[in-house]
Design a protein around this ligand. Structure first.
Ligand code: G1P
Length: 296
């Protein structure tokens, strides 16, 4: 994929996970499982399917289990091999080899913009991707459609401009997202003219929300360093993106894929059922369970 093969992804994972207390008191939110894989595994799989293997993980003290998960464990692999569990051994090995995690500690919870800004020295002067861990975007039901981040990289390569992934949300939901609007450039793509973090319903510029997927020019680090605390007193990434949109330009692309808000309990259960039903060894037993609960 030419010069883009070295693209890195930044995954902010330093948050306290308050929406998932009490489990997040001792387990990082990103390590909560969907079936038998932590949520962050699905996010990193999307990066890998998009050709990205270097993951800058913005993390905090006490969340080391995320790095451990993506590091090879020769001891476990050997034990599995010796006990005849070769398939498991291969799976465990594959996870440990699939990506290169570069941990960066965010020492204060100062907002998403601040979290992304922590990656500055690792990213340097290269365009990079940002994937937020609470948003799972599933393209499996759409044969031939690449992973969401790859769809955005393709737009970036074609237009040579930073791009955010967007989806249309019901009006009452605009208060939960960064919202964008602007004139159409081509099918499913428009130029961002207005971008607001969690607007009120009456101030929303439209209904296109950013569910946590971005391809950004490194000039963003300059804008982040200039961004003053905004909504909730935090350095908002959306406010830095506004500067990018006004100066270098920013595109919004309506990606193809199903999005799950796994930071929310119902969104999390929805993802668990979807991915459970997709596993051949679980499907029929899970359907039986669902029937039983529907009867009760
Ligand atoms: C963050 C961003 C917001 C984005 C959302 C997607 O908000 O600030 O712009 O739309 O993620 O999930 P959060 O949900 O972390 O409050």
């Amino acid at each position: 994929m030419g010069y883009l093969s070295n693209m890195k992804a930044v995954i902010p994972a330093a948050g306290l996970g308050t929406r998932f207390l009490p489990i997040t008191k001792s387990i990082p939110k990103e390590m909560i499982p969907i079936i038998d894989r932590p949520m962050i595994h699905y996010i990193i799989d999307e990066a890998i399917q998009s050709g990205i293997h270097d993951i800058v993980l913005i993390t905090a003290h006490g969340k080391e289990s995320i790095q451990h998960y993506f590091t090879r464990s020769h001891e476990l692999e050997d034990r599995l091999m010796k006990s005849g569990k070769e398939e498991w051994a291969k799976d465990i090995k594959r996870i440990g080899e699939s990506c290169n995690i570069i941990p960066v500690i965010q020492d204060q919870p100062a907002g998403l913009g601040h979290a992304v800004g922590c990656a500055r020295s690792v990213i340097g002067d290269e365009t990079f991707a940002v994937l937020l861990g609470d948003d799972m975007i599933d393209t499996t039901p759409y044969p031939g459609v690449p992973a969401c981040t790859k769809q955005l990289i393709d737009i970036y390569e074609k237009q040579n401009m930073s791009v955010v992934g967007v989806m249309e949300v019901p009006l009452q939901d605009v208060v939960k997202y960064g919202i964008v609007s602007g004139p159409t450039v081509s099918d499913r793509t428009f130029k961002v003219q207005s971008i607001v973090e969690k607007p009120s319903i009456k101030d929303a510029p439209g209904r296109h929300a950013i569910p946590g997927r971005y391809i950004v020019d490194p000039i963003i680090f300059k804008y982040i360093s200039e961004t003053k605390p905004g909504k909730n007193g935090e350095i908002q990434f959306t406010d830095s993106l506004f500067q990018l949109a006004m100066n270098q330009g920013l595109l919004a692309h309506e990606f193809i894929g199903d999005r799950y808000d796994t930071g929310d309990r119902i969104g999390y259960l929805d993802a668990t059922l979807t991915f459970g039903l997709r596993r051949p060894e679980l499907k029929s037993a899970l359907i039986e369970l669902m029937k039983k609960h529907l009867k009760d």
